[in-house]
Design a protein around this ligand. Structure first.
Ligand code: PLP
Length: 391
């Protein structure tokens, strides 16, 4: 029996698996059990920022695994401290917390916001339509998409989801009871949609007026994906809390919450925690990722390759105006919106040994490793051109 047939009889039906059996990854490529090489343009959904089998990450894991794997958070641990130091230095934030995943980072931030608001008569959490913050109950309570929520209610009280990029709706929704606003500067699962300037300016103005916390969910768009360390740097916003995950652990599970001055004393010992959060291997690998981002020329590469990809995609849009509706995004977080379903394009690209992912039904999501080079861009564009030519 092959792996796919086995999986059908083993698991709850939560995932739509690709018809591929991967043996190993090498840089920008995944190699299947039958030896075929696939150009990986979605990098484990924006996780493998340094590509597959990065030697620095493998070394860090090997060295740390020869010391200890897990101690529990009763112990201070140098991989945690090292990574925290780098993140705090890179962000200018004051305190942080390590979780295991994105959704746990969201949950932690929701708790911090509610606790912060509890002495200020503020308990309403606001988020935006089409956003994705995770799949646990707190995160789902901030989201509006039927496909994630239908049949799973009731959700948490005092959580509102209001239209994204709608300054008027925001003005109506924010009150003195608003404890926090959760925003993805670039919505990832929601189809690579970017917050607009007017909307951000209104958020900043309302924050000054009402004094709520601003939480930037940078789980997908943060840590170099846009060509800057944090996506909020593009938008002129200064969040009180930033959520990180996906690429943070270099392929191992790791999430984080960074907090500014307003929240630095909110949590007390015992109030929040995690058995595995800040796992030593994940933090050791994370140090390699963050070092590459802060000391190497990775951000410059993202800017250059992002521009290159974007130019090529815009050229294709001009050549195929009845197939491609829009090209959008920043850096290496790009979306190609089609007039029709994106899945047949994903399948056709896979037949040509290129892996991309689709989101929001009609959008091809392009989130390759940040280490992508010109030759990979050219290989991807050739395959996409070939698919478009057969339409
Ligand atoms: N927030 C954003 C913006 C995400 O893209 C995701 C995952 O796709 C999450 C939260 C949830 O992260 P996780 O799947 O690690 O729980």
């Amino acid at each position: 029996m092959n792996l796919l047939d086995q999986e059908m009889s083993l698991f709850f039906r939560t995932y739509r698996r690709l018809p591929l059996e991967i043996d190993r990854g090498e840089g920008m490529y995944l190699i299947a059990r039958d030896g075929s090489r696939y150009l990986d343009m979605f990098a484990g959904i924006a996780v493998n920022a340094l590509g597959h089998s990065h030697p620095g990450i493998l070394d860090a894991i090997r060295i740390q695994s020869s010391k200890f794997l897990h101690l529990s958070n009763y112990f201070v641990q140098s991989p945690q401290n090292d990574l925290a130091r780098m993140l705090i230095d890179a962000s200018g934030f004051r305190r942080m917390f390590f979780a295991n995943s994105g959704t746990e980072a969201t949950e932690g931030a929701m708790k911090i916001a509610r606790k912060w608001g509890s002495s200020r008569s503020k308990n309403v959490l606001i988020a935006f339509t089409n956003s994705f913050h995770g799949r646990t109950y707190g995160a789902l309570s901030l989201m509006d998409r039927v496909s994630y929520r239908e049949g799973y209610g009731p959700f948490l009280d005092h959580c509102l989801t209001i239209p994204f990029n709608d300054a008027e709706a925001l003005r109506k929704a924010v009150t003195p009871e608003t404890a926090a606003l959760f925003i993805e500067g670039i919505q990832g699962e929601g189809g690579i949609r970017t917050a607009n300037r007017e909307f951000i300016e209104e958020i900043n103005r309302l924050q000054r007026q009402f004094g709520f916390l601003l939480v930037a969910d940078e789980i997908q768009c943060g840590l170099g994906r846009t060509g800057r360390m944090f996506a909020f740097e593009h938008f002129g916003m200064r969040p009180d809390l930033v959520l990180l995950a996906k690429p943070l652990g270099g392929g191992l599970p790791l999430g984080a919450i960074l907090g500014g001055e307003a929240v630095e004393d909110v949590l007390e010992p015992g109030a929040h925690g995690s058995t595995f959060g800040g796992n030593a291997l994940a933090c050791a690998a994370g140090c390699v990722v963050v070092r590459e981002l802060t000391q190497g020329n990775l951000l410059a590469n993202v800017q250059k390759m992002g521009e290159r990809l974007r130019d090529e995609l815009l050229r294709m849009k001009a050549a195929h105006p009845s197939t491609i509706r829009d090209v959008r995004g920043i850096g290496l977080m790009l979306g190609v919106e089609l007039f029709d379903e994106a899945r047949p394009f994903v399948d056709a690209l896979r037949e040509r040994k290129v892996l991309v992912n689709s989101t929001d039904r009609t959008v091809l999501r392009i989130v390759p490793a940040l280490t992508i080079e010109e030759t990979h861009v050219a290989e991807f564009i050739r395959a996409l051109e070939d698919v478009l030519a057969t339409r």
